[in-house]
Design a protein around this ligand. Structure first.
Ligand SMILES: C[S@@+](CC[C@H](N)C(=O)[O-])C[C@H]1O[C@@H](n2cnc3c(N)ncnc32)[C@H](O)[C@@H]1O
Length: 257
């Protein structure tokens, strides 16, 4: 796709195989094209690697964290399970919401390797009492047994998958963790942006197929109790309706048990 932005005449020209049009630079179509391109280029510039939450690095686009916050506030999960801990910022983010809401029992973080400095920082954090760390391959039977043992019976559970983002691994995680997810809650298959950035300088051509979004879409086809459904916005005084997100096709909602 070729995009030409003319900030003097306030137009955006777009040309690809299907179309050639000149758009109002400040109109909704131009906004969509610029937003999609911004997601790609910000990913390529490692923009998500620039934030901390209450002192810990959190490797996410803030847009996704704000949307996730809306879900956590309204869903009020008892337990949040996340695969992929890294520096712990996302675990601290969920724990802080639980603490502020005065609702929620624990956040369980699973990682194949929790570096000593990260573990020490998470375990000495003021929110550490809400967080349980489990070290191990997220799809090993030992790890799954540890995760299950940490979830009190009857808990409302939300699961976020943010570990190895290959199609094969995410599919294994979806199969292993989906049974933990409560009715009307979600299992979130993050970072499907890999599919969109396959042609970016830091991307890989194989990501067109090998990505978490494809895994989530295929999983939902074979598991109709889960539908791909991005949570509805709770507030919208704009004419927009689409998330600016690194998580396309991520939100798998459990619609029946
Ligand atoms: C993208 S980082 C997680 C970022 C974190 N959730 C955040 O928002 O800041 C991915 C993590 O997944 C972990 N990981 C990779 N393969 C894994 C596996 N098979 N099982 C569990 N964790 C894995 C890596 O060690 C790494 O820490």
């Amino acid at each position: 796709m070729k995009i030409v932005i003319d900030d003097v005449n306030k137009t955006l020209e777009v040309a690809d195989k299907e179309r050639k049009s000149k758009l109002d630079l400040y109109g909704p179509e131009a906004y969509s094209l610029i937003a999609e391109l911004w997601m790609k280029t910000s990913w390529n510039q490692k923009y998500p690697y620039t934030f901390t939450w209450m002192g810990r690095p959190i490797i996410q686009h803030p847009e996704d964290m704000l949307r996730l916050q809306e879900v956590i506030y309204h869903l009020k999960p008892d337990v949040i399970v996340e695969t992929g801990v890294a520096h712990g910022g996302s675990l601290i983010f969920y724990a802080s919401l639980m603490k502020f809401m005065g609702y929620g029992e624990k956040v369980i973080g699973v990682d194949v390797e929790i570096r000593r400095s990260n573990r020490e920082a998470i375990e000495s954090h003021e929110l550490s009492s809400i967080i349980t760390l489990i070290e191990g391959d997220s799809v090993s039977s030992e790890t799954l047994a540890c995760v299950s043992a940490e979830i009190p019976p009857g808990s409302k559970v939300l699961v976020i998958l943010d570990s190895d983002h290959s199609y094969a691994h995410v599919m294994k995680e979806l199969i292993a963790y989906a049974p933990l997810v409560s009715l009307n809650s979600y299992i979130v298959s993050t970072d499907g942006i890999m599919r969109e950035v396959a042609d970016a300088p830091r991307g890989k051509p194989g990501w067109v197929h090998d990505n978490p979004a494809n895994a989530a879409e295929d999983f939902s086809k074979n598991n109709p109790q889960f539908v791909i459904e991005a949570p509805a916005w709770k507030f919208n005084e704009s004419n927009l309706s689409k998330n600016l997100t690194a998580w396309p096709s991520a939100w798998l909602k459990r619609v029946y048990k």
